[in-house]
Design a protein around this ligand. Structure first.
Ligand SMILES: [Zn+2]
Length: 408
């Protein structure tokens, strides 16, 4: 731990962190002796050399039209090529649009770049403002032949996590809960960095990955939690895995194939939670007109008649439906429960753990929890930390079989 005073681990882990080698084979190195702070040697994976904190690439805009991206910087900034050759120095950037055409792109008021990708580097660790949000780090801008522009924030992983934590959790929660969330977020991000090395960015800045609004949600307390867990990630048999999390599981988590239609990892096996009943969506009801359901289904390409009944099918111990059976005046429709939830709206049908009740023109959905229910239950971490459990214990509970390692 970089900050022993704020150690999050119980004595068992503090006795010696398992430092792993993220090699192609995933073979763990032997446990290092206590006090050995030699950085772990990390594979040929280019992002993670020499145990240094990696830089994550966060996509802010993908294929935006000319003028949509607006930049400003109070301090000076350099614009370079990808190879680092200086294109121009800017004393500061008054709010300016990034303009493009089919021949090239430019920052408003400046000459067109002669390359299709540039890096903006604020000097003296200053920040850049993109569409009203301030960001640490650098900004990669690229231009496609059809005149569209993409913007990617290059930022140290823990700096990114400081912004994520402020968006993803409630910072007044107990420290162990926040530490568990920070480690899960770092582990998720690291996994995506390794998976997406050949893509233009590692993560997007919304709920498709983790919500990141630059410095807007960053705070002293978020930074402190990230620092206490600096470089600590989850792994399973030496390999990083996508440490998914959701707001509240409603009593029982589910596996990745049920919750997310993704291949399973052992640490993403369902577990009983029992700690998230403080969430306001631990139990919920949602009434909706049958006609509206039919309209939503039609809009999604499923032509149906008058809705007669909707039933969740295949609810396992996790309470989640695998499929949803829809009876209507023209026949029957069977949909994957996750697809049905997305059609209804994930902020309304808050999970696939639900039952239905006919109420005339309306159908009432009664359900448990909010989110896909895979991996860590965020409200559950609050409940467990309030009951006195450590971050390590909480993570072991929600990711069975996973272990912690300090990789930078
Ligand atoms: Zn839960």
């Amino acid at each position: 731990m970089k900050n022993p005073a704020a150690s999050l681990f119980s004595a068992s882990l503090g006795a010696g962190l398992l430092i792993i080698l993220f090699s192609c084979t995933g073979t763990p190195t032997p446990r290092l002796k206590e006090g050995n702070k030699t950085p772990p040697k990390l594979s040929s994976e280019a992002l993670l050399l020499n145990g240094k904190e990696p830089i994550i690439r966060v996509s802010l805009f993908q294929a935006a039209p000319s003028g949509k991206i607006r930049l400003s910087s109070v301090g000076s900034a350099q614009v370079t090529t990808l190879a680092g050759d200086l294109i121009m120095e800017m004393p500061s950037i008054a709010e300016s649009a990034v303009l493009s055409s089919t021949t090239g792109f430019a920052i408003e008021g400046y000459p067109e770049f002669e390359v299709d990708q540039v890096i903006l580097i604020p000097q003296n660790d200053a920040d850049l403002t993109v569409n009203g949000i301030r960001y640490h780090g650098r900004l990669h801008l690229s231009h496609s032949p059809d005149g569209l522009i993409s913007a990617v924030n290059f930022v140290p992983l823990d700096t990114y996590l400081g912004g994520v934590l402020g968006s993803e959790v409630i910072l007044s929660w107990p420290v162990a809960s926040l530490q568990a969330n920070a480690i899960a977020s770092r582990s998720y991000a690291l996994y995506q960095m390794l998976q997406r090395q050949d893509e233009p960015a590692d993560v997007v800045s919304d709920t498709r990955d983790q919500v990141y609004r630059g410095m807007e949600r960053e705070s002293e307390s978020a930074r402190a939690i990230v620092q206490q867990t600096h470089g600590v990630v989850l792994h399973y048999n030496g390999k990083p895995f996508p440490a998914y999390f959701s707001s509240s599981c409603g009593g029982h988590t589910t596996d990745a194939s049920t919750g997310l239609d993704r291949a399973g990892w052992a640490p993403l096996s369902p577990v009983k939670c029992g700690f998230c009943d403080e969430s306001r969506y631990f139990r919920w009801n949602f009434a909706v007109q049958k006609g509206e359901i039919a309209a939503l289904l039609s809009r999604s390409g499923h032509s149906v008649g008058v809705i007669q009944d909707i039933r969740p099918v295949g609810r396992g111990v996790d309470g989640r439906a695998r499929t949803v059976q829809i009876e209507h005046s023209k026949g029957q429709l069977s949909l994957k429960a996750t697809e049905f939830r997305h059609i209804m709206g994930t902020g309304k049908l808050r999970s696939t753990s639900f039952d239905t009740k006919d109420s005339g023109d309306e159908l009432v959905f009664s359900g448990n929890g909010w989110g896909h229910g895979v991996g860590l239950c965020q409200w559950g971490t609050k409940g467990m930390a309030s009951a006195g459990y450590t971050a390590e214990f909480i993570l072991n509970h929600y990711y069975p079989g996973a272990k912690l390692a300090e990789i930078y």
